[in-house]
Structures are given as structure tokens and as C-alpha cells.
Design a protein around this ligand. Structure first.
Ligand code: ASP
Ligand code: CP
Length: 313
């Protein structure tokens, strides 16, 4: 396991399982420096001459554009394949051949794909570092890193917090990665979802086996007052085979002013975004609404990771 920033050079980032507390502290330290760098100078020339290939088989706004911005703010350049239907993928080219092509031109490959394990497959065939930007319902490790960095920056602590995760805990890959990452800390978990969207059993078992306090409930009202971190998620429509089932659960939870009147004064509301109704727009002015700041943190985390993987952190 890489646990100093130097030891990340040349590595892939496929799962949060690769990170322990030492590694997290190292990445967060560099991300913090990247924030200062961007705020003072807009960026640096650390990755001049380096090229990132952004390979997206699924839609993205934040992950794709924040990796692009991260690379460009560090002086590097980007090959964007955000629309695989216009690439040779639509002629039937395989994932292994696609990544072997891109690594002829780029120094690092970022991939998002609908299948669990696709990033690991890409990494198997590529010699250059591969970063998992979401593999189906599997993981979204860089999102979990930016989520945890946000908690640390906003609340100045992670140990001792109660984290309430809400919504699509079954298909939400950001929840899967963040839950695993939080096992490195002394937190209590409350998982709030409709019955059919509960956290997968293997993850519940991992949480319980690690000795963390954990409850699964269906009613957000009854637990909102406990939350230090309220982590909202979108119901992942694209993962449902039966859209009638999606319709039944899509509007289960809405964070609005009425609900937030029962929340602590010092707490944060997070969301990986995009939101499709789970958080009312009226909430955006509430100082506890951290989701826009969270999104900005994504660029700093990705700047830190790119610098680390390319041996320049
Ligand atoms: N953007 C996140 C993801 O790709 C969350 C979401 O789409 O709901 O996993
Ligand atoms: N949070 C996130 O992954 O957003 P995108 O799907 O827009 O990349």
C-alpha cells in the first residue's frame, strides 16, 4: 500500500482499499497546497509536457471537467474522449485495445465505464497509471477522496462524527467508496434508504465486522438531528431494469428548509451531484450546504493525485 505521497508515483487508483490514514493525510496535505496554489497563482507548471487521456463511457460533468481543469492548471494537456460513440469503440474496439492506444499518446488514463471492474481491466492492460472515475455500481474512489477531504476541511475532524448517508445506497458507487474509506476513522454510520435501495450486504458486513456503530433506517426525519454529515445521493435511474420501481423510490427523500430546521447548527450537507430533486434549491444559501464547496475540492484532490501519480508531488 502506498502511504507516502512519493510512493504513489506510477500507481493506478482503482479502489479506496489502496488508502490508509497515512496515505489519506498525505493526499489531503498536497490537495490543501494545491488549493493555495490555485488561489494565489491560478496553478503551476508542475505537469508541463504531460498528457492525460479522459476516457468516459458514461456521462459526466464534474469528474471529467475537474480532471481536465486539474491537468491544465498544472501545465499539462488533455485528450478528451467524453463521447465514446464518436471513437473507434463504436466500431467494436475492445477496452484493452482502446487503453493500449491511448497510452501511446498519454501519460495517465482516467476511465469511467458502466461495468464493475472495467478500470481494473484497463489497468491490467495499460503500463501507464489508470484512475477509476467510476466503474458501474462498483467504486468512485476519487469522489470518496474529495468527499472525505471536504469533511476534514469543513469540520476540521473526521473521528467522532456521525455520518448519515441517504438515498440510493444500493447502486450509488460514491456511497460504496466513501463507506469503505470512513472505516479508517472512528465514525458512526446511519444508512437511510427505502428497503430496495439498502447498502449491499457485503458492505454492511464490513462495517459491522470493523466494530463501527451502524444503523439502517427508512425515515430521515427521525435521524436528521444526529447528523454531523448528511450525505445525500441521487437514485441511480440508469441502473434500474424496471423503471416503475425507480418511479416508486425516486422521490423518497427531499432535504428542504423544514427538514433542516431539525438538523444541528454545526453540520454539513453533502451530495456528489448531480441532484435531481433530493435537495431543494432553497437550501443552497444555507451555510451548512457544502455541496458546491465539495465540488470545488474535487479539482484540488485531482491535482494532488495527478501530481503524485506522475511523480511530481
Ligand atoms: N456523479 C456521481 C457518480 O457518477 C453520482 C451520481 O451520478 O449520482 O457516481
Ligand atoms: N460527482 C460526479 O461524479 O459527477 P459527474 O457524474 O458529473 O462526473
Amino acid at each position: 500500500m502506498a502511504d507516502t505521497i512519493e510512493s504513489f508515483a506510477g500507481q493506478d487508483i482503482l479502489s479506496v482499499d489502496q488508502f490508509n490514514r497515512a496515505a489519506l493525510n498525505a493526499v489531503f496535505g498536497v490537495a490543501h497546497e494545491m488549493r493555495v496554489l490555485v488561489e494565489r497563482f491560478g496553478g503551476a507548471e508542475l505537469l508541463q509536457g504531460k498528457i492525460l487521456a479522459n476516457l468516459f463511457y458514461e456521462p459526466s460533468t464534474r469528474t471529467s471537467s475537474s480532471f481536465t481543469a486539474a491537468m491544465q492548471r498544472l501545465g499539462g494537456q488533455v485528450i478528451a474522449i467524453n463521447n465514446v460513440q464518436y471513437s473507434s469503440v463504436s466500431k467494436g474496439e475492445s477496452l484493452p485495445d482502446t487503453v493500449r492506444t491511448l497510452e501511446c499518446y498519454a501519460d495517465v488514463i482516467v476511465i469511467r465505464h458502466p461495468e464493475v471492474g472495467a478500470a481494473a481491466t484497463a489497468a491490467y492492460y495499460a503500463d501507464k497509471p489508470v484512475i477509476n472515475a467510476g466503474d458501474g455500481i462498483g467504486e468512485h474512489p476519487t469522489q470518496a477522496l474529495l468527499d472525505l477531504f471536504t469533511v476534514q476541511e469543513e469540520l476540521q475532524q473526521i473521528d467522532g462524527l456521525t455520518v448519515v448517508m441517504v438515498g440510493d445506497l444500493r447502486y450509488g458507487r460514491t456511497v460504496h467508496s466513501l463507506t469503505k474509506l470512513l472505516l479508517n476513522y472512528e465514525v458512526s454510520f446511519v444508512f437511510v434508504s427505502p428497503e430496495i435501495l439498502r447498502l449491499p450486504a457485503d458492505l454492511i458486513e464490513a462495517v459491522e465486522a470493523s466494530g463501527h456503530s451502524c444503523r439502517q433506517v427508512q425515515d430521515l426525519n427521525s435521524v436528521i438531528g444526529e447528523a454531523d454529515v448528511l450525505y445525500m445521493t441521487r437514485v441511480q435511474r440508469e441502473r434500474f431494469t424496471d423503471l416503475a420501481e425507480y418511479d416508486r423510490v425516486k422521490d423518497f427523500f427531499v432535504v428542504d428548509k423544514e427538514l433542516m430546521a431539525r438538523a444541528r447548527r454545526k453540520m454539513i450537507v453533502m451530495h456528489p451531484l448531480p441532484r435531481v430533486g433530493e435537495i431543494s434549491y432553497a437550501m443552497d444559501d444555507d451555510p451548512r450546504a457544502a455541496y458546491f464547496r465539495q465540488m470545488r475540492n474535487g479539482m484540488y484532490i485531482r491535482m494532488a493525485l495527478l501530481a503524485a501519480l506522475l511523480g511530481k508531488a
